[in-house]
Design a protein around this ligand. Structure first.
Ligand code: ADP
Ligand code: MG
Length: 319
């Protein structure tokens, strides 16, 4: 059916949007969300690719109704195949799939240039949307994909273990962004300054679970001792705009309370404006679809999941 919307197998420069889905660990609906968002965008006529970058539990293919993969990310990383399009699998629900698993991306010693190669290749895919399922990982390799995306989503449920984890994900990715302030991919690389790097390192290392420091401390410190670079940090913070999506909720007031708390904490501790794009309820029908390995929005294009995604995509497009 929606096969016609599958991206063409050619290696042109992609002009689409890269979306990365990260957040809390453990069965909160991230992969299900990626699969359904992919199918939903495809139903809108957008050429979409979903990519499984979950190091621990690569199973996105199952949610896309694909039982076994002929190719995966590792085949590209190990040069078994020459181009990223060689590892794309068509699916019957519209999006093309790049399946994960195998572990090379998670290997601590993966060569930096190889990770960059994958990232660059993902950015050249000729599609309207490339959606990355990052799992709940916070390794540098994964955070770098998150930071390279045009829009980052952070998923959480209303449970404390989940939202604390999601907040941790946001904080770690912001720290990673700070440490890459002058790195090769940064627009600020020509302003590289040793003292600023030391200030940032000092701030991050002294920021532990028992001693949580306010980002405003670093901003003030920069204002005092490195006024010329102060603007860069302010810009970096203003440009860091993750968006939360609450999954599997049972009561709307709990969602509102959680979102308002997460926004407040992010502003107070991290000096960032955390966006909120929407929520997906816990629904027996969604769970059943997940069990049947048929994306919910394919089964019910006007169902609860599709309605939730309509609002989320609208918010994303307005952001
Ligand atoms: N909105 C929802 N309503 C009902 N069940 C859900 C919902 N979202 C996720 N689930 C259930 O949670 C399971 C785990 O989801 P999954 O996407 O694999 O989580 P993650 O990728 O975060 O580990 C799904 O197989 C499904 O049974
Ligand atoms: Mg998953």
């Amino acid at each position: 059916m929606a096969q016609k919307n599958a991206p063409t197998k050619q290696n042109t420069t992609g002009s689409g949007k890269m979306i990365a889905i990260g957040g809390a660990k453990g069965g909160i609906g991230k992969s299900l969300f990626v699969a359904n968002l992919g199918v939903f965008l495809s139903q809108m006529g957008k050429r979409t690719v979903v990519v499984d970058l979950d190091l621990g539990g690569a199973n996105l293919h199952l949610f896309m109704g694909v039982w076994s993969l002929t190719h995966r990310i590792d085949d590209f990383l190990t040069l078994k195949v020459p181009t990223i399009t060689d590892i794309m699998t068509p699916t019957k629900y519209g999006p093309a799939l790049i399946g994960g698993g195998g572990g090379k991306l998670g290997a601590a010693n993966i060569h930096f240039s190889r990770k960059l190669k994958l990232l660059r290749a993902l950015k050249t895919i000729d599609a309207d949307y490339v959606i990355l399922d990052l799992g709940g990982n916070t390794t540098y390799n994964i955070l770098d994909f998150y930071l390279a995306a045009d829009q980052g989503f952070v998923l959480t449920t209303c449970e404390p273990a989940s939202y604390l984890d999601a907040y941790g994900f946001i904080k770690m990715s912001l720290h990673r962004k700070l440490t890459r302030l002058f790195a090769a991919e940064s627009t600020y690389r020509q302003f590289r300054d040793f003292e600023v790097e030391q200030l940032i390192k000092g701030f991050i290392f002294s920021n532990t679970s028992t001693n949580s420091r306010h980002m405003s401390d670093l901003v003030e410190q920069m204002e005092r001792s490195k006024p010329a670079h102060h603007r860069l940090i302010k810009e970096l913070l203003a440009g860091f705009r993750p968006a939360t999506v609450v999954t599997m909720f049972d009561a709307q007031d709990k969602v509102n309370e959680l979102v308002s708390r997460m926004k407040k904490v992010s502003e107070k501790m991290l000096s960032i404006d955390l966006k909120y794009f929407g929520c997906v309820p816990f629904e027996k029908q969604i769970q059943k679809s997940a069990n049947d390995l048929v994306p919910s929005v394919a089964k019910e294009p006007d169902g609860v999941f599709a309605k939730a995604l309509r609002r989320i995509v609208l918010k994303m497009e307005m952001a």
